[in-house]
Write a protein that binds this ligand. Structure first.
Ligand code: SAM
Length: 298
């Protein structure tokens, strides 16, 4: 668990669910109790003082605001789906990013929210309902089994891929625990390497699968890991395949200073948050393909 000190240090982020209320209303409500600032990068994200406990706040209970970290909130914004698009959230439970996508799309279009784990599907469904995200269709199953040739996916324009990862970017909330060897389970370095390679194997497969959908023009691959194995290495390993399909890396949040580790040409497009500076370690990559003829019918 967290010690009191680190709890106090970490600012609290609140994402306004614009499907239900607007940021002005959220601010005026929250300001009755807290000082509230707006984030300068993610729209509709509010910053509250460290230690603010909102778990039982009426706006949380009724799905008007979501307690979601800053880095995590950047993923859906980086994907940038437009209202009316068809979108897949490949690994979606508990659905924080799914309902964020729905809000960015103003509830218009369709999100297929895929989740493998049965218990987590329940949490996903609850969150989708709570958020009032009526354009989300929850699909219980393996993303790798969604057939890119299936006509029902032929118009999918964007995919968010936020797969299972080591969680090493969130495993330490205390500044004196910043060594990668202090994983969530306290496992040894040796076990970590094997575990990371196994995770990276799945991540690569899932990313290649996402790249295979015929009409997709935007893909975000994100993790809450600090490990190169799950981040830059996974991206690098699919670059050849991606470019053969017309995809290029694009720069998500160009104004953000912390980019990918300089392990290959183009890694400056990648985005990292730093657990020391940003209080969480997160990774975002964005693949973009231009020049596809899309059938605009909405
Ligand atoms: N994007 C979510 C959010 O913001 O709330 C968090 C996703 S979590 C990092 C990864 C999820 O992927 C887990 O719920 C896990 O059960 C699911 N998952 C793992 N393998 C999968 C697969 N092959 N197909 C679909 N979902 C999978």
């Amino acid at each position: 668990g967290l010690d009191k000190k680190s709890e106090v240090r970490k600012p609290r982020y609140v994402r306004v669910n614009t499907l239900k209320i607007d940021a002005e209303y959220a601010k005026s409500e929250l300001r009755q109790q807290y000082s509230v600032q707006e984030d300068d990068m993610v729209p509709d994200l509010l910053i509250l003082p460290p230690g603010a406990d909102l778990h039982n706040h009426p706006l949380v209970k009724n799905g008007s605001i979501f307690l979601q970290g800053r880095a995590s909130s950047m993923a859906a914004v980086a994907l940038g789906p437009k209202p009316g698009w068809k979108v897949i959230d490949a690994c979606s439970a508990p659905g924080n990013k799914t309902v964020h996508l729905a809000a960015l799309m103003k509830g218009k279009g369709k999100i297929i929210a895929c989740e493998l784990n049965k218990d987590r599907v329940k949490r996903l469904q609850d969150n989708v309902k709570l958020a009032g995200a009526i354009n989300v269709k929850v699909k219980h199953g393996d993303f790798l089994n969604l057939d890119p040739k299936d006509p029902s996916y032929s118009k999918v324009r964007a995919i968010l891929l936020d797969p299972s990862c080591s969680g090493s970017g969130t495993a330490f909330d205390r500044l004196d625990h910043l060594l990668p060897s202090h994983s969530a389970e306290g496992t040894s370095d040796h076990v970590d390497v094997k575990r990371l390679q196994k995770l990276a194997g799945f991540q690569k497969k899932a990313l290649e699968h996402a790249l295979s959908f015929p009409s997709v023009e935007r893909i975000v691959y994100s993790t809450c890991s600090i490990h190169q194995t799950e981040n830059e290495d996974v991206v690098n390993s699919v670059l050849h395949f991606a470019s053969s399909l017309g995809f290029q890396l694009a720069t998500a949040f160009p104004q953000w200073p912390r980019r990918g580790l300089p392990t290959f040409d183009g890694s400056e497009h990648l985005l990292r948050t730093d657990p020391t500076i940003d209080k969480e370690g997160f990774f975002i990559s964005l693949f973009v393909r231009e020049g596809l003829a899309q059938n605009e019918e909405h």
